[in-house]
Design a protein around this ligand. Structure first.
Ligand SMILES: Cc1cc2nc3c(=O)[nH]c(=O)nc-3n(C[C@H](O)[C@H](O)[C@H](O)COP(=O)(O)OP(=O)(O)OC[C@H]3O[C@@H](n4cnc5c(N)ncnc54)[C@H](O)[C@@H]3O)c2cc1C
Length: 377
């Protein structure tokens, strides 16, 4: 049987796209090499803005809701900020991804598990690669060839009530990144991540993060490392009636390392573009690429910029980031009330601009300018 759309990979990106397309009446094939429920190394923090992008609630798989940010700079200068709305819904990927897959199947997508697919060999009008950062679809389709990689290591530890409702971040413990503690229903998830070349330091830094927070490092379970793909400006994500989304497209945020918002957003954009093709109103998926440049790229640019500021001048940038006015802007971003930092207003915009000024100073100090250099830093 021939399909309207074949999607390789049933992570957050693939299942969200499959749901939208099947729900709109398309004949959709969703393939994954794994059998669900399966896990994926991830903090499992679904930001408020990410959750808002889904056409259904993820409440059945939410284990905690973080509305409090506890943040430090290299284990000093810790601050606590309380948000008015959820910053992130805490889940486990084995539960979330299975739930999303079931939503896609219930909407009418044909789901095949335990099947490894080649993007060049699928019998469908439209082929979408959603096979994550280790998938082969981008290469097979000649897409997303300019992507930088970060790296992260995480593990689960026994539950501690004190972390309930909190998102704990420890900035600059790793170059180009941070450490985190995220609460789950019956355990806490602790991780560290940063620039790719920091990989050899991750194990020691994860241990240190635990020790600094009074968590027994030897109680670690399921310690896992994984890459974080970050697209460089202008990288092509669609050609003809093929496209890549989510991590396969390198859409992880360079500053936060989050990728589920971008996975859900790229799924939405590609589904809209695919439905136009199927309806005969468009010939190709170019509008998807245009949508990414308009809706996601401004956030990615802001991420590169802030990342550069934190890397080069961590104390100055942290001093700006810990201002209550900056937290208000950050909370709006995470909740989905602000599309990107430059859209802030008043004092919040002034604080954001100050961070950009630090970023420009960092670029000047490094003898580079613009977001391209930030991207390659
Ligand atoms: C340590 C760590 C912590 C993170 N924490 C967060 C966080 O807290 N919040 C957040 O928003 N983001 C986080 N991220 C990023 C987030 O995990 C990814 O951005 C997200 O998983 C991207 O979803 P995806 O659907 O694009 O890809 P994936 O989730 O990687 O799914 C890809 C799917 O494709 C399948 N596949 C691969 N190859 C094939 C093939 N040939 N044929 C068939 N199927 C195939 C795989 O089995 C998999 O199911 C974190 C990442 C890391 C590494």
């Amino acid at each position: 049987m021939s399909y309207d759309v074949a999607i390789i990979g049933a992570g957050p990106a693939g299942s969200a796209a499959a749901y939208r397309l099947a729900d709109a009446g398309a004949r959709v094939l969703l393939l994954d090499k794994a059998t669900f429920p399966r896990d994926k190394p991830c903090g499992g923090g679904v930001t408020g803005r990410a959750a808002r992008l889904l056409p259904f609630s993820i409440e059945p798989v939410v284990e905690d809701v973080a509305d409090r940010l506890e943040c430090g700079l290299r284990y000093r200068q810790r601050i606590t900020r309380q948000a008015r709305a959820p910053l992130a819904y805490m889940t486990q990927r084995r539960r979330l991804d299975h739930f999303l897959l079931q939503q896609a199947a219930d909407a009418g997508a044909e789901v095949r598990q335990g099947e490894t697919a080649d993007a060049r060999e699928l019998d469908a009008r439209i082929v979408i690669g959603a096979d994550g950062c280790n998938g082969a679809s981008a290469k097979q389709l000649g897409l997303a060839d300019r992507v930088a990689h970060g790296v992260a290591l995480e593990a689960n530890y026994p539950y501690e009530r004190r972390y309930a409702g909190a998102m704990v971040l420890e900035i600059a413990v790793i170059r180009g990144g941070y450490g985190w503690i995220f609460p789950k229903g019956d355990h806490i998830n602790v991780g560290v991540g940063g620039n790719g070349e920091e990989a050899p330091k991750l194990r020691a830094e994860l241990r240190r993060m635990c020790e600094e927070y009074g968590i027994d490092p030897d109680a670690a379970q399921e310690t896992r490392g994984y890459r974080l793909p970050m697209r460089l400006p202008g990288t092509r994500l669609a050609r003809g009636t093929t496209a890549v989304i989510g991590d396969a497209a390198g859409l992880v945020d360079p500053l936060s390392g989050d990728g589920m918002y971008e996975a859900f957003y790229s799924a939405k954009l590609v589904a809209e573009a695919a439905l136009e093709v199927l309806a005969g109103r468009a010939e190709n998926l170019d509008p998807y690429q245009a949508g990414v440049e308009r809706r996601i790229a401004p956030l990615t640019r802001a991420g590169w910029s802030a990342k550069r500021a934190f890397e080069r001048f961590p104390r100055t940038t942290y001093a700006l980031a810990r201002l209550p006015v900056t937290f208000r802007a950050l909370a709006k971003l995470l909740e989905g009330d602000l599309p990107h930092p430059a859209a802030a207003r008043g004092g919040e915009l002034a604080a954001i601009r100050a961070i950009y000024a630090v970023s420009r100073a960092a670029a000047a100090a490094a003898g580079t300018t613009g977001s391209r250099s930030a991207a390659s830093s």
